[in-house]
Design a protein around this ligand. Structure first.
Ligand code: NAD
Length: 361
C-alpha cells in the first residue's frame, strides 16, 4: 500500500493523518505514547484482547456511543474522570471510537485546562472517511441535534482500516453516506467516478481504503480554505439540514450518514421543484443515492417534528431556511428559502407513500 499519510493545515496547529495496519510498530507506538484513553465501549470489548497494546494504558475511560448520550453532561463526565485520574495538561489523551466518542471528547478536551492535546484513532467508516478531519465538536442539546459545539482538532489522527471489519452493515452504510456526499459536492467528474466505483467498495478492501483516502483529501481541500465554516465548508453540510431533521423526526432510529443521504436526495428533490436543477439531473442523482438507501429510511417520518427541527438549523436566518441545495451536478450553494413559502409542501410530497413507492419501485 502506498504511503497515504498527509498533513492538515489548521489555525490551531497543523496535524498529521497516518495510516497503519494493526501489526505495524508505528501503530503500537501510538498506544505507548499515552497513559490515558477514552475508548468506545463496543470497541473496547471487541479489541481489548486483539490489539494487546490497550493493556499498556494506565487508565481507560469507557464511553457508550449512543446519540442520546451525546450531551454536554457526558463530556463533563469525561472531564471528571480525567481529573480523577490525575490527567495533566502536558499529556496526550488517546481517543478510540467513532463520531459520537469523537464529538464528546473534542468538547471535553477543548475545555479541560482550556485545552489538552488529543490523539484520535477513528474506528468507524464515517469517522475514518469524514468526521476525523476538521476538529468540529457537535453536542446535542434539548431535543435538537448538534446545537452546541466548537472547533478543537486532534494533534494526530491514526487510521487503521482493519477496525472496519467488525462494523455492523448499518454503520458501513452510514459511512458510505458521507463518502458519497463529499463526492457529490466536488464536481461532475467526482460524482461519476464514485457512482462507477460505489457497488464494489464493500467487497474490495483496497477500493474502500482508496475511497476513504479520497474522501479525506476532498474534505481536507475544503477545510484548509475555510476551517471555521463561514463559506466554502458550509457545502459539506449538504444533506445535513434535512438529515438532522430526519434524525430528530425518526427519534434517531436512522444512522447519521444514511440520514445525510436521504437529506441529499431531498435537497435535490426540492432543488428540482424550485427549478434549480432539471428533473433529469434529479433522477440521475436519485438513481445513484438510492443504491445506499432502503424504503425504511423514508418511512415513519413525523412531519411536524421534521419541520420543527428544520427551524432550529444553525444556517437559518429569521423567516428563512438556510439550505445547501444543488444548482448543477457536482455543485451546491447556500440558498435561503422563505419559511412557509411552499417548501413545506415539497417536503411533505417527498415523504408521501406515493413518492416512496415511485423511488423504490
Ligand atoms: N464532528 C464532526 O465533524 C462530525 C461529522 C459527521 C458526523 N458526526 C457525528 O458522528 C456521529 C456518528 O458517528 P459514527 O457513524 O462514527 O458512529 P458512532 O460513533 O455512533 O458508532 C456507531 C456504532 O458503532 C460502534 N463501533 C465503533 N467502532 C466500531 C468497530 N470498529 N467495530 C464495531 N463497532 C464499532 C459504536 O459503539 C456504535 O455502536 C453522529 O452523532 C454525528 O452527528 C460528527
Amino acid at each position: 500500500m502506498r504511503n497515504k499519510s498527509f498533513q492538515i493545515k489548521s489555525h490551531y496547529r497543523d496535524y498529521d493523518v497516518h495510516w497503519h495496519s494493526f501489526d505495524d510498530k508505528s501503530f503500537q507506538d501510538v498506544f505507548a505514547g499515552s497513559r490515558v484513553a477514552v475508548i468506545d465501549k463496543n470497541v473496547f470489548e471487541l479489541y481489548q484482547d486483539r490489539v494487546g497494546t490497550i493493556d499498556s494504558l494506565e487508565k481507560v475511560i469507557i464511553q457508550e456511543a449512543r446519540e442520546e448520550l451525546k450531551t454536554a453532561e457526558s463530556s463533563l463526565n469525561i472531564c471528571q474522570q480525567l481529573l480523577d485520574c490525575g490527567f495533566s495538561r502536558g499529556e496526550k489523551l488517546l481517543v478510540i471510537g467513532g463520531g459520537i466518542v469523537q464529538d464528546l471528547v473534542t468538547f471535553a478536551a477543548s475545555i479541560l485546562f482550556r485545552g489538552v492535546p488529543w490523539v484520535f484513532i477513528p474506528t468507524t467508516l464515517l469517522a475514518q472517511s469524514d468526521s476525523c478531519l476538521g476538529g468540529k465538536s457537535s453536542i446535542n442539546f434539548g431535543n435538537w441535534k448538534n446545537q452546541l459545539g466548537n472547533f478543537y482538532p486532534p494533534v494526530e489522527i491514526h487510521i487503521a482500516p482493519e477496525y472496519l471489519k467488525t462494523l455492523k452493515a448499518e454503520d458501513i452504510r452510514s459511512g458510505l453516506g458521507e463518502i458519497v456526499k463529499v463526492h457529490l459536492i466536488n464536481g461532475a467528474d467526482n460524482v461519476s467516478r464514485m457512482e462507477k466505483n460505489f457497488s464494489s467498495l464493500t467487497s474490495d478492501d483496497q477500493k474502500m481504503s482508496e475511497a476513504i483516502y479520497r474522501a479525506l483529501k476532498l474534505k481536507a481541500a475544503i477545510i484548509e480554505q475555510d476551517e471555521f465554516d463561514t463559506g466554502l465548508r458550509l457545502k459539506m453540510n449538504y444533506g445535513h439540514t434535512f438529515g438532522h431533521a430526519l434524525e430528530s423526526a425518526k427519534e434517531f432510529d436512522i444512522s447519521h450518514g444514511v440520514a445525510v443521504n436521504v437529506g441529499a436526495d431531498l435537497a435535490n428533490y426540492v432543488s428540482s421543484k424550485m427549478g434549480m436543477i432539471s428533473n433529469a439531473d434529479y433522477e440521475y442523482l436519485n438513481s445513484f443515492l438510492k443504491t445506499n438507501l432502503n424504503r425504511n429510511d423514508l418511512t415513519n417520518v413525523n412531519l411536524d417534528l421534521f419541520l420543527n427541527a428544520l427551524k432550529h438549523d444553525k444556517k437559518n436566518k429569521p423567516g428563512e431556511y438556510g439550505l445547501i441545495l444543488p444548482d448543477r451536478i457536482g455543485n451546491v450553494e447556500l440558498t435561503f428559502v422563505p419559511m412557509g413559502g411552499g417548501i413545506e409542501q415539497y417536503i411533505s410530497e417527498y415523504f408521501s407513500t406515493e413518492n416512496i413507492n415511485k423511488v423504490f419501485s
